[in-house]
Structure formats: structure tokens, C-alpha cells
Design a protein around this ligand. Structure first.
Ligand code: SF4
Ligand code: SF4
Length: 129
């Protein structure tokens, strides 16, 4: 049975573009481990809300809440709406990428979600599959 990685909606995008840049070494180690287990099929994704398995390693999470929750929740809402992701939906990484390719990565949808993020200079310059 596969392990389950809990992700808030916009983190499915962050993981797709993760290139080793992050908030701290602990955060980066967590991201790399999650990315590895998903890409090799050891784990599957379950959509959740609020802080998730990525946030657990983030210095911007305080007492179970993101210090940038307003912005993070906005990204979640947009990602969930555009990609039709619902709480507890479960995907293999490959199926999730296929879903994103047909939704977020058509037209200018990705740009409308998180163009104002700190890391946009990375993700939005390599957005095409
Ligand atoms: S720009 Fe920010 S929110 Fe958007 S995918 Fe990259 S890290 Fe995630
Ligand atoms: S910035 Fe907020 S949403 Fe992003 S990983 Fe850190 S705690 Fe989670």
C-alpha cells in the first residue's frame, strides 16, 4: 500500500516546479523527500486544507497556521477551482500532473494563481510541462 502525502491544493504546483530553493534546509529536505517518493510511485497525494506535509517543515508555519495564510489560501482556492480539486481527492503523481496539464497549464491560468509569489521568478519561467 502506498504512503499518503497530504497536500493543500496550491502545493501540487509548488512541488511540480521545485528546484531545490526553499525557506530553510529542513524545508528543502522535506520537499526533496516528498518529491522523490511521489515521482517514484512510493506515495500518492491526498488533497487537504490548511497546513500540510510540506508546511510541517516550513519556518513560516506557526502553531499549525501559515504566517502567510491569506495569500496561501487564495492560491489554494484558485488552484482547487481551476483544477477541480476537492478535499480528500486522491491521485497518483502521474494522474495529478495529467489533470494539471489539462487545466492549470492551459491558457494563462497558472499566471492567474500565483504570479505574486516569492518564487514566481522560478516557477513562472519554467511553467510549461
Ligand atoms: S510561484 Fe509560488 S505558489 Fe506558485 S508554484 Fe511556485 S512556489 Fe508555488
Ligand atoms: S509558506 Fe505557508 S503554505 Fe507555504 S509551505 Fe510555508 S507554511 Fe506552508
Amino acid at each position: 500500500m502506498s504512503n499518503i502525502i497530504y497536500l493543500r491544493p496550491h502545493h501540487v504546483l509548488c512541488l511540480r516546479f521545485y528546484r531545490g530553493e526553499g525557506y530553510s534546509s529542513t524545508f528543502n529536505e522535506g520537499m526533496a523527500a516528498i518529491a522523490r517518493s511521489l515521482s517514484c510511485g512510493e506515495a500518492i497525494v491526498r488533497i487537504t486544507s490548511g497546513v500540510d506535509d510540506i508546511c510541517k517543515n516550513c519556518p513560516r508555519a506557526c502553531d499549525g497556521v501559515c504566517l502567510d495564510e491569506e495569500k496561501s489560501a487564495r492560491y489554494d482556492k484558485l488552484t482547487a477551482r481551476i483544477a477541480d480539486l476537492k478535499q480528500n481527492d486522491t491521485f497518483t503523481w502521474a494522474d495529478l500532473q495529467a489533470r494539471l496539464n489539462k487545466t492549470v497549464f492551459t491558457g494563462d491560468q497558472f499566471s492567474s494563481i500565483c504570479r505574486d509569489c516569492t518564487w514566481a521568478y522560478i516557477c513562472h519561467s519554467i511553467q510549461k510541462p
